[in-house]
Design a binder for this molecule. Structure first.
Ligand SMILES: Cc1cc2nc3c(=O)[nH]c(=O)nc-3n(C[C@H](O)[C@H](O)[C@H](O)COP(=O)(O)OP(=O)(O)OC[C@H]3O[C@@H](n4cnc5c(N)ncnc54)[C@H](O)[C@@H]3O)c2cc1C
Length: 433
């Protein structure tokens, strides 16, 4: 197989991963005169902060996923190849992929993270992660499908197991999906399933630490807990789910909760990059980089975004937080540095400007923390919504999401309640095949 990229006298930069970091970099290179090659296992960029809204039937996939080829129409020196990275040979300056090998002058790794199941095989096999579009659709399908099965269940025990949702991980993703599902239970499902007793559905949010949203202040954690409590979410702190057996989430103390909807938002790790094993020894499989995002030992291999662990920033000695904003800033900085390098000018080290953290709980409440400013409630939700709309790609995408939120807000609706997926897979999940 050949990657079919013409060899020219232009310098070639190969970027693996078109997430927040990779995309920000590519955008700076449009007038660089370089040949730009993007390799990604998906043919679209996804806006991960809103995955939970696809999972909870509030937004369509097309509202948060954007095809790469459409983004770069008319750019003759841009090439996209849909492929997996297989190996890097940094000595020969070649990237081996599932569609053939690609020579590079510069290589940038921005492959992000995958869920960490901490080696628990049963959970890896059965739990629903929330790390990409397929995961979000799996959650939507599984939860809705279990409602349909609950309608015809022959016992209350089976109905409870089908309706219960156990979310493991009380970070922003866990809190957000718990809030969204609790509103679905309150406003949407009683209308769709008037004969189902909603008291059979419990939503549990399990956190191993002593508080939710541990990257935010204690006050915010306490308020998030109170908000979820008021929405009927059963929050369990200082508890660990260690296995999933016979349709039950099992805790370390032996307690169990019956559920066919185990959602796993607890922890991430970086995907391995074969060929760079020596450099990926940082915590969580991250790649160690210097202040210019250069992978240690190489001048022409870079890593940006979630996968990069930079220790040179005094404020973040253990690497920057794995957030979209960090990836975007690193992508932009690297782009400017590469352009500077081409012109023989010195590169500038990366410095992260902290834009704060946010999390939302339900359709009209959020928490915002930025330096010493902290606030929650509706005003925070307006800030959260505005910032997310600003960062979404394209006017059409922004308008669609804005309209979806208006509809959801006034209509108490999460309208994309569609079960779409492989029937064979569904039969397996339902124990019918
Ligand atoms: C559910 C969820 C909610 C989040 N919410 C927020 C939030 O509210 N605010 C915030 O700041 N951050 C949030 N984050 C974190 C944020 O999404 C990440 O920090 C950000 O996506 C990192 O950008 P990246 O470019 O490093 O990687 P990603 O955006 O993950 O992109 C990685 C890209 O690499 C591709 N790829 C991966 N492996 C391979 C391979 N082997 N071969 C080829 N291509 C590959 C993927 O298809 C993807 O396109 C959230 C993350 C998740 C999962």
């Amino acid at each position: 197989m050949s990657s079919n990229i013409p060899d020219t006298d232009k310098k070639r930069i190969v970027i693996v991963g078109g997430g927040f970091a990779g995309l920000a970099l590519i955008r700076t290179l449009r007038r660089s005169g370089m040949q730009v090659v993007l390799v990604d296992k998906h043919n679209y960029h996804m806006f991960k902060p809103l995955l939970y809204q696809v999972a909870s039937s509030a937004l369509n996939v097309g509202d948060i996923a954007f095809p790469f080829r459409k983004m770069f129409h008319g750019w003759n020196d841009f090439y996209f190849r849909m492929a997996y990275i297989e190996r890097v040979d940094a000595t020969a300056k070649r990237l081996y992929t599932t569609v053939g090998d690609i020579r590079y002058d510069y290589l940038v790794i921005s492959t992000g993270c995958v869920p960490n199941f901490f080696g628990i095989e049963n959970i890896k096999r059965t739990a629903l992660a929330m790390s990409n579009i397929t995961d979000a659709l799996n959650i939507r399908n599984r939860v809705l499908r279990n409602f349909e099965i609950a309608v015809t269940a022959s016992s209350d025990a089976e109905r409870i197991s089908r309706l219960n949702v156990v979310i493991v991980g009380g970070g922003a993703s866990g809190v957000e999906i718990a809030g969204a599902l609790s509103e679905m239970r309150r406003y949407v499902m009683p209308r769709d399933y008037p004969r189902l007793d909603m008291s059979h559905m419990s939503i549990y949010l399990i956190e191993g630490l002593g508080r939710l949203l541990s990257s935010m202040s204690e006050q915010t954690s306490a308020e998030a807990l109170k908000t979820l409590d008021s929405k009927g979410v059963k929050v369990m702190l200082n508890r660990k789910v260690t296995d999933y057996v016979d349709g039950c989430a099992i805790f370390d103390d032996g307690e169990s909760i019956p559920t066919q909807n185990l959602i796993w938002t607890s922890g991430i790790r970086c995907s391995a990059v074969p060929g760079l094993e020596q450099q990926t020894k940082e915590r969580g499989g991250r790649i160690g980089v210097d202040a210019f995002n250069r992978v240690k030992e190489y001048d022409d291999v870079f890593a940006i975004g979630d996968i990069a662990a930079m220790h040179d920033d005094a404020e973040y000695p253990n690497g920057h937080p794995q957030l979209a904003r960090v990836g975007i800033s690193q992508g932009k900085r690297l782009g400017k540095n590469l352009l500077a390098g081409l012109k023989g000018r010195p590169m500038k080290p990366f410095r992260y400007c902290n834009y704060g953290v946010m999390a939302t709980v339900g359709r009209n409440r959020a928490f915002v923390e930025w330096k010493k400013i902290r606030f929650g409630g509706f005003a925070a939700w307006v800030v959260w919504s505005t910032i997310h709309i600003m960062f979404l790609l394209g006017i059409q995408g922004k308008l669609k999401v804005f309209w979806g939120w208006v509809w959801n807000y006034f209509g108490h609706d999460q309208p994309i309640r569609l079960i779409i997926g492989s029937y064979e897979r569904q039969k397996k999940e339902d124990g019918l095949a």
